[in-house]
Structure formats: C-alpha cells, structure tokens
Design a protein around this ligand. Structure first.
Ligand SMILES: [Zn+2]
Length: 315
C-alpha cells in the first residue's frame, strides 16, 4: 500500500509541522498560557452551594451575541426602551419587524458547553439556584431546573391588558402572515432577538394585538427602563441568602438588576467570585476574579466543581 503509506507519512509530517508551528507561536505570543484558576478552585471547594448569576457571556458560544464589549460599553445601538415601546406605535412597528426577522435565528440557538456544565453542577448539588439575565431559556434546555429568568423569556408574548401569555411562535406565524415583505429583509441578530436591519420605513408594518381582548402585546421580557416583577426579584434574593456564595459568570453587571446581587452579597458578607473576560461593575467587591470566558476554563474546573459534592456526600 505505497499510496496509503505516503498518505500517512504526509499526514504525520503535516501534524509535526503544525505542532512545531504551534509551539513557536506559543513561545512568541504566549497564546497557550492557561488562566490560573487556582483561586477559583479554592473558592469552589470552600463554598459547596452556589447562587450562580449568568449573563450574555454564557450564550455567545450558542451564537447569541453580547451587547457589550470587554469594557462594558455598548457594541451596537441600544435596545428598545419600555416607555418608548408602550407609548409609540412606530417603536412597536420597528420592534416587531426586527424581532420577526431575528426570531428564527434566536429560536434555533442550542445550549453550549457552559449551559451543559451548569446543569451538571446543579445535579451534583453544587448550585442551589441559578439566576440568569438571559432571555433565551438555554439553561432550561440544557437541564437546569432551579432557574430564575430575571429578565423574562423571549419565547413568550404577554398581553399588557389581560395578561394572557402566548407562545412567541404563534405570534411569529401571525406576523409572517400579515407582513410578508418584512421576513425577506437581511438582518444580523442581537441578544434579545431584535435584529439590526436597515431603518427602512416601518409604516406598513402590522403590529399584533391580543387575540383575546385586543390589548397591547409585548414580548415577555423586561425591557430597558422596565421594572422587574417584585416577586421574581424577592425570590432570587432569598435564594442568594440561602447560598454559601455567589458566582457570576459571563456578565459585566452593567445593568443594575444584576449588580444588585453583588451589592446585597457584599452587605451580607456572602463571598463572591466572577468569571468574565472583561471588567465588571463589581470588580472591587469580588473575592475572586477570573478574567476568562467560562468555556475556556471549563475543562480544568469540571472535576473540581463536581468533586466537592461527591466528597461531602455521606456514604
Ligand atoms: Zn389581552
């Protein structure tokens, strides 16, 4: 088999060359230096039951982009404001048109390694409760059970008058039927499924009303400038006080609703750690800060995160 032997030899040579190149690259640019996660490992060993708070950073690997850069600054136009949405029909037309284009992309996003790992941690008894700022339901899809969707869920639409809740897909079907031209527009996707498309005239966009009472429909998410339901916040805060420590993953905490948990933890002397590649608003309050993406450190962390519970479970 000379051809096959040559082929194998060829592959081996290529691999060797690639390895050598990688080593040279690593030596020059330090690219393979792993983040030192020792402080986090210690933190996890000392605090078996966590309240985990997640942000956009855990969903970027699922194809849902983040709003903010590593400094916590806006990367794209600010999302819809609540008052603007309920007061102005043109804002609602623009929202529903963009959302209609973005929804099919958003809907097909699947959980990534971060979501899967956190679901495993919960099953291992390491996560008392998970609070997410994301509206994508990917934690639940991955198997997490004890989850607060702090900012709501995009797969539902709610009537502001009679509070009827509808599946987002049902509204999507209605939108497509009544706005056949909009679906054709090119778009890129934003974190809340609100696509960025050319600001063409939205005057012809037909906005959906509640099929039950004719009232105003809104996605069941908390818009900027909108208040989170008190009961939801209180339940999440109670969960924080029941936990041994707070672990923030993939959030810059620039939105107060997330930062509040760090302030409360600090006031109650609850230790806290954060895993986020950029600056967070709570950096000065943190006991441990790992400047990395969660998925980058998962391999090293997995056994530690799961191992503690096993070690502490009575035989
Ligand atoms: Zn209604």
């Amino acid at each position: 088999m000379p051809a096959r032997a040559a082929e194998q030899k060829g592959i081996a040579t290529t691999t060797t060359e690639r390895d050598a190149a990688t080593r040279r690259l690593s030596a020059s640019f330090n690219v393979s230096t792993p983040t030192d996660i020792t402080p986090l490992e210690t933190f996890l060993r000392e605090h078996p039951r966590l309240l985990v708070l997640t942000g956009a950073g855990v969903s970027t690997a699922s194809g849902i982009p983040d709003y903010r850069d590593d400094n916590g600054d806006w990367k794209r136009p600010q999302p819809v404001q609540y008052q603007d949405f309920i007061r102005h029909l043109p804002t609602r037309r623009r929202y529903w048109a963009r959302s209609m284009v973005g929804w099919p992309w958003f809907r097909q996003a699947a959980p990534n390694a971060c979501h899967v790992a956190l679901a495993q941690w919960e099953r291992a008894g390491r996560i008392a409760h998970l609070v997410t700022q994301n509206v994508d339901r990917l934690h639940q899809q991955a198997g997490s059970r004890s989850v607060t969707d702090l900012h709501g869920r995009l797969d539902e639409v709610v009537c502001l008058d009679c509070h009827t809740r509808l599946p987002r897909q049902q509204v999507q079907d209605w939108l497509c039927e009544h706005n056949p031209g909009v679906a054709q527009r090119e778009a890129t996707i934003a974190p809340d499924g609100d696509a960025v498309i050319d600001d063409a005239a939205f005057d012809d966009v037909v906005v959906p009303d509640c099929p039950r009472c004719g009232g105003m429909l809104k996605p069941n998410v908390v818009f900027f400038g909108e208040t989170i339901p008190r009961q939801r916040v209180d339940a999440a805060i109670a969960a924080l006080h029941d936990a041994d420590a707070l672990l923030v993953i993939g959030s810059s905490l620039m939105v107060y609703s997330g930062f509040r948990f760090c302030r409360l933890a600090a006031e109650a002397d609850i230790p806290m750690a954060a895993i986020n590649p950029g600056r967070t608003r709570a950096d000065e309050l943190l006991n441990v800060k790992i400047a990395a993406r969660f998925e980058e450190i998962l391999d090293g962390l997995g056994s530690v995160a799961l191992g503690v519970a096993t070690a502490q479970t009575p035989a």
